[in-house]
Design a protein around this ligand. Structure first.
Ligand SMILES: Cc1cc2nc3c(=O)[nH]c(=O)nc-3n(C[C@H](O)[C@H](O)[C@H](O)COP(=O)(O)O)c2cc1C
Length: 174
């Protein structure tokens, strides 16, 4: 039987990639950061553009705007713990996530931003513009360099827990 789905819950049915977006200067421990992101998409072939949708209060967004560049590190099995843990839960304002997670990192080739060597690929981007979209900011980046590190399949993020919750009694979200 077809069923009506609440508009906000409809978004949970879209599978997303799992990445760690890094920014700042890897060589400067006081001005580097990174965050897990699932709201990521390619948006243009020519020039090659992608977007990351970011909550305005994120420290990583502050660094992206300040440096005008960032790296999208595509997560596979090896990086999943760091993505769901340190990079997806802590704030770079108070924690050096590169030290805390123990990930292997270095400066980018075309950007100063951290490149994660445990990623499947690292995609270096120049910030083209930011666009307000509801309660998020869309960061539009042009791909200026890409480094492939492994043949691991990229991880896919699905809101599995949320999907389970949709059928639970007592869920009063609108
Ligand atoms: C699986 C997963 C996906 C996430 N996706 C996003 C996202 O797309 N956009 C966003 O703003 N935050 C997202 N977050 C939350 C940030 O990664 C988290 O708030 C992080 O601690 C922000 O760090 P920062 O303040 O140092 O930038 C996600 C977290 C997880 C665990």
């Amino acid at each position: 039987m077809p069923e009506k789905i609440r508009p906000m819950d409809a978004l949970l049915y879209l599978p997303q990639p799992l990445v760690i977006v890094t920014a700042g200067d890897y060589e400067d421990a006081s001005r580097r950061g990174g965050m897990t992101a699932a709201w990521v998409s390619r948006v243009s072939w020519s020039p090659p553009l992608l977007i990351v949708s970011i909550v305005p209060s994120r420290y990583t967004l502050e660094l992206i705007k300040e440096y005008g560049e960032f790296v999208v590190n595509v997560v596979g099995k090896t990086l999943e713990n760091a993505a769901y843990g340190v990079f997806g839960t802590k704030s770079g304002k108070t924690v050096d996530k590169f030290v805390e997670s123990g990930v292997k990192a270095r400066r980018g080739e075309k950007t100063r931003a951290p490149v994660l060597e445990d990623a499947v690929i690292a995609v270096e981007c120049r910030l083209v513009k930011t666009v307000e979209a509801g309660d998020h900011i869309l960061v539009v980046g042009e791909v200026v360099n890409a480094i492939k590190f492994s043949d691991e399949p990229p991880s896919i993020f699905m809101h599995a827990e949320f999907l389970k919750r949709l059928t639970r009694p007592g869920d009063t979200r609108q």
